[in-house]
Design a protein around this ligand. Structure first.
Ligand code: ADP
Length: 541
């Protein structure tokens, strides 16, 4: 049977129309160096149309890639809509990529124009000799001063907007048309491009709002702290307008007092970010008083959130933490750790241990784990295997990349490179990335499990466990630990090992602990274990 349902393309255009039709008075708030900027979704809608005219005048055609190099703020949101709605492809550039990687992704994507925050110009200037193919640099002046730059040809965002008409007839798009692209942050290798279709983003937004996912609703005021330059700020800039929720953007103000201040002043109800951010926020809130009563939940992902911190946030501050997992390749949300109703009667300790897992797949996503022999591992919560996923918002190839085939199984699943267990209730728990596992005498040791146990110690701020070469066991774990400044020099290696000893088999325990001032981080704030492995590759055990 054919033709029973309407052929209605799932596009970002429909989200844009909806937010203007039903929620034109809801606010979008951005903190910028020039002050707090506020306007409504109605204003936003009109400016998105102006911006589409601007893009057209710049010569942008359907299918062209247009890049952003920008913090989270209202102009970035305008680009999030105008570019895909006119049929072009929004390419969010990671402002923390190394210069060579940045030039590589700009050239690989063949970006036609780059919209750049004036405050970030120096980072683009460093590579100007290597990105000659970019037609125009459009400056979004967030500093209030005339920008000084050698980049050319140059245009000013507000100047172009002032001269543009407020109406634009968006073309009819297909739901499988490309809308957004983002390169992986390169934690484990060179960046690879993921291109998301309109349909993927639309379906992902719906799934994100579901009650047992993040339960986003019109009543929320949502602050995505996770950058809009990485994995679409976890889809919040698309999901929030779909529901009519207000949005609060921190701009370049990412320090704990800025975030706490915004949550308090704007009555933020929901926020999203990586664990390192929330470590900092937790320590601030334990020392200083802020009114966090508006905050109903924070979603945490991108790296493992230690169970101890989930408990601390809830027990000491009354802030609910939702642990989630995703990847650039999965638009990005894949799993969320909410409890099922049958777990209400479980002990508190058991419930927290479920919520510290990465969770069950959201509707639309399927998961399985496979061992090295190619067998699907049982869902017993014990057996480790590599996580594979599939679903309507999982990419099926990398953009123009010969490495693509090796990332997918013959039967169409994505290799995630994450090593996991899945329990009988279907909750997935990451034990490691394949590249971070410690392989000791042929057995796997989970570096993440050791890190989480170390970070549960109240004097430990951060801990990363890496594999270092060992003559007998091939690899052994080494723990690199940052002690909280107020407890500096008060903790010994023996004390830390004694603290975690009851939780692990003896052969899992790190062979040594080194105390460091800080841990190297990747462009998106994850522990950079590549750097640590290099640093300690000749460490004698
Ligand atoms: P990159 O691969 O460059 O780090 P991504 O942001 O796409 O960039 O990273 C996705 C990876 O981050 C996942 O494959 C997983 O290893 C890790 N990750 C994401 N969420 C979590 C989480 N909640 N717990 C542990 N690891 C996570």
């Amino acid at each position: 049977m054919q033709g029973l349902m309407m052929d209605y393309p799932l596009t970002i255009q429909t989200i844009l129309e909806r937010v203007n039709q039903f929620y034109p008075r809801k606010e979008v708030i951005s903190k910028l160096p020039t002050g707090v900027h506020r306007y409504t979704y109605g204003d936003f809608y009109r400016r998105v149309h102006r911006l589409a005219n601007v893009l057209q005048d710049l010569g942008v055609k359907p299918g062209d890639r247009v890049a952003t190099f920008s913090w989270n703020h209202y102009r970035h949101l305008e680009l999030y809509y105008a570019i895909p709605c006119m049929g072009a492809v929004l390419h969010t550039l990671n402002i923390r990529l190394f210069p060579e990687q940045l030039a590589y992704v700009i050239n690989h994507a063949e970006d036609k124009a780059i919209f750049v925050d004036a405050s970030l110009l120096p980072l683009v200037e460093r590579i100007k000799e290597h990105i000659g193919g970019v037609g125009t640099f459009v400056i979004m002046n967030d500093t209030g001063q005339p920008p000084q730059t050698a980049l050319e040809p140059l245009a000013d965002y507000e100047g172009l907007m002032a001269g543009a008409a407020e109406t634009f007839a968006f073309p009819q798009l297909g739901e499988n048309d490309a809308a957004v692209m983002c390169y992986t942050s390169g934690t484990t290798g060179e960046p690879k491009g993921a291109v998301y279709s309109h349909r993927a983003i639309y379906l992902h937004s719906m799934a994100e709002c579901m009650a047992d996912t993040l339960a986003l609703s019109e009543r929320d005021t949502i602050m995505p702290v996770v950058p809009m330059f990485h994995a679409n700020a976890w889809g919040v800039p698309f999901a929030a307008p779909m529901t009519g929720a207000s949005q609060v953007f921190p701009g370049p103000f990412m320090k704990p007092p800025d975030l706490a201040g915004l949550i308090q002043d704007e009555k933020v109800t929901f926020t999203a970010g990586v664990p390192t951010l929330w470590f900092g926020l937790y320590h601030l809130l334990m020392q200083e008083d802020y009114d966090m009563s508006s905050l109903r939940a924070m979603v945490v992902g991108g790296a493992a959130m230690p169970q101890s911190l989930i408990e601390d946030f809830e027990k000491n501050l009354g802030i609910r933490v939702i642990h989630a997992w995703g990847m650039t390749e999965t638009t990005p949300l894949g799993t969320v750790a909410n409890l099922k109703s049958n777990m209400d009667s479980w002990s508190e300790a058991d419930r927290y241990s479920v919520r510290a897992k990465q969770g069950t797949p959201v509707p639309g996503v399927e998961i399985r784990a496979m061992d090295e022999a190619g067998n699907i591992v049982p869902w017993d919560g014990q057996t480790m295997g590599e996580l594979q996923v599939r679903g309507p918002w999982v990419i099926r190839s990398y953009y123009n990349d010969p490495r693509s085939p090796q990332s997918f199984t013959d039967d169409g699943w994505l290799h995630t490179g994450d090593v996991v267990t899945i329990d009988p209730e279907g909750y997935m728990q990451i034990t490691d990335r394949t590249k971070d596992l410690v392989k000791s005498g042929g057995e796997w040791i989970s570096s993440q499990a050791l890190e989480n146990a170390l970070m549960a110690h109240d004097k430990v701020l951060e801990a990363a466990v890496i594999a270092i070469p060992h003559p007998e066991w091939q690899e052994r774990p080494l723990a690199c630990v940052v002690i909280a400044p107020e407890h500096k020099d008060q903790v010994t290696k023996e004390e830390l090992l004694a603290f975690i000893r009851p939780k692990f088999a003896k052969w899992w325990l790190p062979d040594d602990v080194v105390f460091v001032e800080e841990l190297p981080k990747t462009s998106v704030g994850k522990f950079d274990k590549k750097v640590l492995r290099e640093r300690y590759k000749e460490y004698g055990l």
